[in-house]
Design a protein around this ligand. Sequence first.
Ligand SMILES: CC(C)(COP(=O)(O)OP(=O)(O)OC[C@H]1O[C@@H](n2cnc3c(N)ncnc32)[C@H](O)[C@@H]1OP(=O)(O)O)[C@@H](O)C(=O)NCCC(=O)NCCS
Length: 148
Amino acid sequence: MTDIVTRRLRLRGFSCDDVSALARYRSDARVARYQTWRSPIDQAQAQEIVAGYREEKPEGPGFFQYAIERHRRPGLIGDVAVQTEPGLDQAVLGITLAPDVRHRGYATEAMTAVATRLLAAGVRRITAACDARNTASERLLRRVGFEQ
Ligand SMILES: CC(C)(COP(=O)(O)OP(=O)(O)OC[C@H]1O[C@@H](n2cnc3c(N)ncnc32)[C@H](O)[C@@H]1OP(=O)(O)O)[C@@H](O)C(=O)NCCC(=O)NCCS
């Protein structure tokens, strides 16, 4: 089963309805600043990205991108990227939230839930990397329990 339900959030696979929201937050300079992807992106590029996400399988190995949405106000607000290594005992996580929904603990809630699922599935080591200037990400990773 793909979906992960937390107190305030539902993490699910991507759908075609997510294209516009993804294009919007990925094109925001505050979001793209410390990321490796190209920005801004247009609708066609976002469509291609979402189509790729829809091909991915959550059970791994390989990449899977969770779409994040709120129970009380459905619609894409961010995503959690999971890369599971062959053998499924190691994983790498990354997260992005739209700027207008930050500072509410959603990223902490989403990352914790995905890490918990991975550990329950037998993953023994989870890593994440961020730019040293990305202090919001560093605080997030510490809150979730990552060690530097
Ligand atoms: C990294 C990123 C996801 C962090 O988002 P965030 O909003 O800071 O993280 P959370 O949603 O967990 O919110 C936690 C913050 O909200 C505060 N907060 C407010 N209400 C809260 C609540 N009800 N519950 C928990 N925290 C709450 C916390 O105190 C914390 O603030 P602090 O970091 O100043 O101490 C976000 O900055 C982002 O998307 N950046 C762009 C993409 C990126 O760089 N990703 C990282 C690459 S891995």
